[in-house]
Write a protein that binds this ligand. Structure first.
Ligand SMILES: Cc1cc2nc3c(=O)[nH]c(=O)nc-3n(C[C@H](O)[C@H](O)[C@H](O)COP(=O)(O)O)c2cc1C
Length: 351
């Protein structure tokens, strides 16, 4: 299976399925001598874990990371870092009853068309579980970026049509939905619980802000910084769209409204979202992602089996009613991986 690696000079390859033995990542390109503990990677993994609220899956994976290579006496050695997370709470038999059915919203039908064989145990590679490996590798990238003065922050901006009216960074890790507005978070949670009671699910919008990136990072053509971020973000399951800065609202603006004028102190507005012509302009990088409502719902739905017979399906099991709070750390991890790779590319050009 191709397509399991991402990045060039700072490169990850992930492996593992939702209900197989383990998931993990091989990270190549970390410099030697970086202090790195299991605990600091674990902090990020714990943010992605399920079972933290009514919004998340009750699947109780400890997500305990093990360094198998590339770290010696608390420091990176400069060789590939293999991080592995054993699956402890896999229940593959829970999928036996629907193993021949195509679950609406899932990759079952397209996987079978692509490979002629399908691991039916909870989505296999397409599972959100694969993203634990990205978060582990992203924690290393985050540490390197912190040394560069770069800060990456994502949060739920909208859930079930309820939008955050305020932005309070301190609030994000205080509420279970990782929303940036306490009052909105309460109303969002009520909507999540209502959807759960209806055996349904909800989606929303995640916003990501990246500060501390100097002007000049990125490339002007195929490897535009916004194109690479879009690639990274759209590779996350359930992410259906991305917009930078003013985003889709730009369609209705005039040039005079959309252009970011400059004065002696820098850009007066940030409709570009911190990237122009594929290269960072020194302003905050801002983008938003559409996250679809979770596909697995307990409401009966119509589908077909692999022989084309029409059937009814009820997706029982352990699912996120709303994926957003668990996607937030994955978004941050993927942004960190892109940026660290680009910083390395820029350094290589200057060498
Ligand atoms: C962290 C995370 C957790 C997820 N949890 C679920 C889940 O519990 N149920 C579900 O139906 N989809 C879940 N997904 C989304 C599916 O993986 C995804 O929607 C599905 O594979 C189809 O791919 P697509 O939506 O990108 O087209 C999750 C995704 C992520 C990133």
């Amino acid at each position: 299976m191709g397509g399991s690696s991402f990045g060039t000079l700072f490169r990850i390859s992930t492996f593992g399925e939702s209900h197989g033995g383990a998931v993990g990542a091989v990270l190549d390109g970390a410099p030697p001598g970086l202090e790195l503990s299991v605990a600091e990677v674990q902090v990020q993994l714990d943010r992605r874990k399920g079972g933290q609220s009514a919004a998340s899956t009750p699947r109780a994976e400890p997500d305990q990371v093990h360094f198998m290579s590339g770290v010696f006496e608390g420091r990176t050695t400069g060789t590939p870092i293999l991080m592995i997370l054993y699956n402890k709470d896999a229940r593959p038999q829970a999928y036996d009853a629907i193993k021949d059915l195509f679950r609406p919203g899932h990759a079952d039908h397209s996987y079978l068309a692509r490979y002629g064989i399908r691991d039916h145990r909870g989505s296999g590679r397409a599972s959100g579980r694969e993203t634990a490996a990205r978060v582990a590798a992203g924690a290393v990238a985050r540490k390197l970026l912190e040394q560069r003065g770069v800060r990456v922050l994502a949060y739920s901006k909208r859930i079930a049509g309820i939008e955050c009216a305020a932005f309070d960074a301190a609030e994000i890790e205080r509420n279970p939905l990782r929303a940036c507005d306490a009052a909105a978070a309460e109303r969002m949670m009520a909507a999540v619980e209502a959807a759960k009671a209806d055996k349904d699910s909800v989606g929303g919008v995640v916003e990501c802000r990246i500060s501390g990136v100097p002007a000049g990072l990125g490339e002007p053509v195929f490897d535009k910084l916004d194109a690479l971020l879009a690639h990274a973000m759209l590779s996350i399951g359930a992410v259906k769209g991305i917009e930078f800065g003013a985003g889709f609202a730009a369609a209705d603006l005039r040039g005079s409204e959309h252009n970011d004028w400059m004065d002696a102190s820098g850009f007066r507005t940030n409709n570009a979202g911190g990237i122009i012509g594929g290269i960072s302009n020194g302003a905050e990088i801002v983008f938003r992602l559409v996250v679809k409502p979770t596909s697995s719902i307990e409401k009966p739905q119509r589908t077909v089996d692999k022989d084309g017979n029409e059937r009814e399906i009820v997706t029982e099991g352990r699912h996120d009613v709303c994926i957003l709070p668990r996607i937030v750390p994955v978004v941050e991890a993927m942004a960190c991986l892109v940026l660290e790779d680009q910083f390395k590319a820029l350094a290589a050009l200057k060498e």
